[in-house]
Write a protein that binds this ligand. Structure first.
Ligand SMILES: Cc1cc2nc3c(=O)[nH]c(=O)nc-3n(C[C@H](O)[C@H](O)[C@H](O)COP(=O)(O)OP(=O)(O)OC[C@H]3O[C@@H](n4cnc5c(N)ncnc54)[C@H](O)[C@@H]3O)c2cc1C
Length: 320
């Protein structure tokens, strides 16, 4: 490729989605990333569309936009994307949250249909993404637009990226802590256990507004992903077997049939937590950085909305 217009740093869901949107708008893109898509934290995600676990005033718009795109992808047969019916439930008699009420398939559950211990719940339909094939398909599309991708080298500063292009888009996830540097980015490790699906066709999630020892079951065909965990301050993605055992126990206490199901894989990844997602333009005169990081536990759910905003900023910078 001739000199690209933009260098994107990062090849997780943020970097690939943003690169694809830019390429679709005719922007020449190069990606540099330490980890190839299959090895990113994004590859470890569940991943259910859920607009809760990240902060920014534009989260509702980004989530809505992403929901629409995922719905279209299902219609187009895009790899790894499903629309799944399911239930979110609480052990307390809360009111169903505002964000859930407008969703396709929303209805209050009959309490008699909920698992023991749960008193209130609601049905809805959510996109669930099988991340490894999904990221592979995004990467293939970015390549098909002529972008070049370089993996295996860690940048020590964003300024290094100006050797490639005058605009650097920073999608480095937890890596932003050192790369920017931005000490407000905090690693939160999350784990999942993949088991052979004993027959769940619907998802189940215990309602919570906070990342923690969550309970959720996400069906992905013959595989059922069990979650989850949130270990503050741990930046080693390697799954801890004790945490994995605790996840299986918590889920098994509600759905006994999964207790003895075959375990296929333990997954671990780091969520890039930040008080607020950073999506903004940093003007350095004739050079520019556009940041897109800090998506915590909602990076997949917000990915298309954020990518559109980055594409709009870059379009203005390029005068298009
Ligand atoms: C167990 C788990 C479950 C999750 N479940 C969900 C869910 O259900 N729904 C949802 O929406 N979200 C979920 N998330 C959160 C979601 O995965 C993240 O918000 C998202 O993956 C962040 O993507 P990213 O592309 O910004 O970062 P990453 O995937 O971490 O990618 C960062 C990229 O930047 C590169 N990089 C970093 N630093 C440098 C450097 N210095 N030089 C070169 N390259 C660099 C990395 O190599 C990598 O390629 C979950 C996360 C985990 C861990």
């Amino acid at each position: 490729m001739n000199r690209p217009d933009v260098l994107v740093v990062g090849a997780g869901v943020s970097g690939l989605t943003t690169s694809l949107r830019l390429a679709e708008h005719g922007v020449r893109v190069r990606i540099r990333a330490q980890d190839a898509p299959a090895d990113t934290n994004s590859a470890a995600a569940g991943a259910i569309w859920d607009p809760i676990y990240a902060e920014h005033p534009r989260v509702p718009e980004w989530a809505q936009r992403s929901y629409e795109v995922f719905t279209r992808m299902v219609a187009d047969g895009f790899p790894g994307v499903r629309l799944v019916d399911g239930v979110e439930a609480d052990r307390l008699p809360i009111t169903s949250p505002e964000w859930a009420r407008g969703l396709p398939g929303f209805r209050e559950c009959d309490p008699g249909d909920l698992p023991p211990g749960f008193v209130h719940g609601w049905h809805y339909t959510a996109p669930i993404i099988d991340m490894p094939p999904y990221l592979a398909a995004l990467e293939a599309m970015v390549r098909a637009y002529g972008a070049d991708l370089h993996f295996g080298r860690r940048l020590t500063s964003l300024a290094e990226g100006f050797a490639d292009a005058p605009i650097v888009v920073n999608c480095s996830g937890p890596g932003a802590r050192e790369l920017v540097p931005d000490p407000t980015v905090r690693p939160i490790r999350g784990q999942l256990v993949a088991i052979r699906n004993p027959g769940h066709r619907e998802f189940f999630a215990e309602h919570t507004e906070e990342l923690g020892e969550m309970i959720y079951l996400l069906p992905q065909g013959d595989m059922l992903l069990l979650g989850g965990s949130a270990e503050e301050g741990i930046d080693d993605p390697a799954p801890d077997p004790l945490v994995a055992d605790a996840i299986v126990k918590r889920c098994g206490d509600i759905f006994p049939e999964i207790r003895h199901a075959e375990i296929l894989e333990n997954r671990g990844g780091i969520r890039p937590a930040r008080a607020m997602i950073r999506l903004e333009h940093e003007d350095l005169g004739d050079r520019h950085i556009v940041h897109n990081y800090g998506h915590s536990g909602a990076g997949v759910s917000l990915s298309w909305g954020c990518a559109d905003d980055v594409a709009a900023i870059v379009g203005r910078l390029l005068g298009r």
